[in-house]
Design a binder for this molecule. Structure first.
Ligand SMILES: Nc1ncnc2c1ncn2[C@@H]1O[C@H](COP(=O)(O)OP(=O)(O)OP(=O)(O)O)[C@@H](O)[C@H]1O
Ligand SMILES: [Mg+2]
Length: 321
């Protein structure tokens, strides 16, 4: 059994996963409410909260998995990318735990983790496939040939898709983090009410910053009562523009790679319009789209382990190497 720890942003998460990819427990403590009043994650606040939560979340993951530390064979942990202080809390906890039990430590890349949310039973996905990774910090098209890694074929030139959702939600007064709230609001609106053009950049890259500016101008020019009346239409049209851009590029890339099957992972993978538009694709299970430790433990099954006690000086990284 692998024990996974994830603390890269504002979720403190611990999970137990077997070598065969069965999930034994999945505990996620979200700090979203703590950061809501600041309109974004405050790194130092996040680190301190991780420190308070990591112990209790670990205990609960063992309890829910009806397991003891004796059954844990390896400790997996997110090493990066993410907020460096937040990452260091999880990494230090993982080192302490592994060292005290003389266990190996498996450092995991957070993005590899998102992809590995597809490798769990029942129904684990077998490469090759083209993976659309859409999260708060990344928008990537990945050519996946083996479970141990991937090759990047497209990325965003500016904002990530999740960032576009969050900024749009903020402009529409839907709170933080706004992706899920915008998704809910859009259900009552007309996706064709407004036309928000998405920049078409060469190759398989994405660009979302112009879209956000377009929404800003529309919102700024609407009287307050009119904005209230058109909020759902604006949400639906804005979401439609993001989803259309994601789907078009993804399908084109899959075709270019010789008709690869498509898979979707990451927080924006929870979006209902995106899931409907790519209903023929493999979609990460809803609870595993946003950050969790199950995906980290899953990725660890395909990553090299560092034997006891060689990992004590291991460092975290904030951005991808
Ligand atoms: N239903 C939804 N529709 C659209 N966006 C959503 C939905 N649910 C969550 N999101 C967005 O997903 C993002 C969070 O995803 P995730 O937890 O994977 O990102 P992250 O860990 O912050 O970033 P990264 O993985 O790139 O480091 C947020 O931007 C959030 O608004
Ligand atoms: Mg993430």
């Amino acid at each position: 059994m692998i024990l996974g720890i994830e603390t890269s942003c504002d979720e403190t998460a611990v999970a137990l996963v077997t070598q065969d990819g069965e999930v034994r427990s999945n505990v996620v403590a979200s700090q979203a409410e703590l950061h809501a009043r600041y309109g974004g994650v405050v790194p130092e606040v996040a680190s301190r909260r991780h420190l308070e939560l990591v112990g209790p979340v670990l205990s609960e993951a063992l309890e829910r998995g009806k397991a003891t530390l004796d059954e844990v064979e390896a400790v997996a942990v997110t090493r990066g990318p993410g907020l460096i202080g937040a990452l260091l809390v999880g990494l230090s906890a993982a080192k302490a735990l592994a060292w005290s039990r003389r266990l190996p430590l498996i450092p995991v890349d957070h993005l590899h983790g998102h992809v590995a949310s597809l490798y769990l039973e029942p129904g684990a996905l077998e490469p090759p496939f083209l993976c659309l990774l859409v999260s708060g910090g990344h928008t990537l098209l990945l050519d996946v040939r083996a479970r141990s890694g991937y090759h990047v074929v497209g990325t965003t030139l500016d904002d990530a898709a999740g960032e576009a959702f969050d900024k749009g939600a903020r402009l529409l007064g839907l709170g933080y983090p706004g992706g899920a709230a915008l998704d809910r609001k859009a259900r009552d609106g007309d996706p064709d009410a407004y036309s928000f053009p998405v920049a078409r950049v060469p190759g398989f890259d994405f660009s979302f910053s112009g879209l956000k500016t377009a929404l800003l101008y529309v919102v700024r020019d609407l009287p307050a009562d009119e904005l209230e009346r058109r909020r759902a239409d604006l949400a639906a049209s804005y979401q439609h523009a993001i989803v259309r851009a994601l789907v078009e590029r993804t399908r084109a890339a899959a075709m270019e790679l010789g008709g690869q099957p498509i898979a979707v992972v990451g927080g924006v993978g929870a979006n209902s319009e995106l899931r409907a538009a790519l209903a023929d694709a493999t979609l990460a299970p809803l609870p595993l789209c946003t950050d969790n430790a199950v995906m980290i433990a899953s990725a660890a099954r395909y990553a090299p382990a560092i034997p006891f006690p060689q990992y004590l000086a291991l460092d975290a990284y904030a951005t991808a190497a």
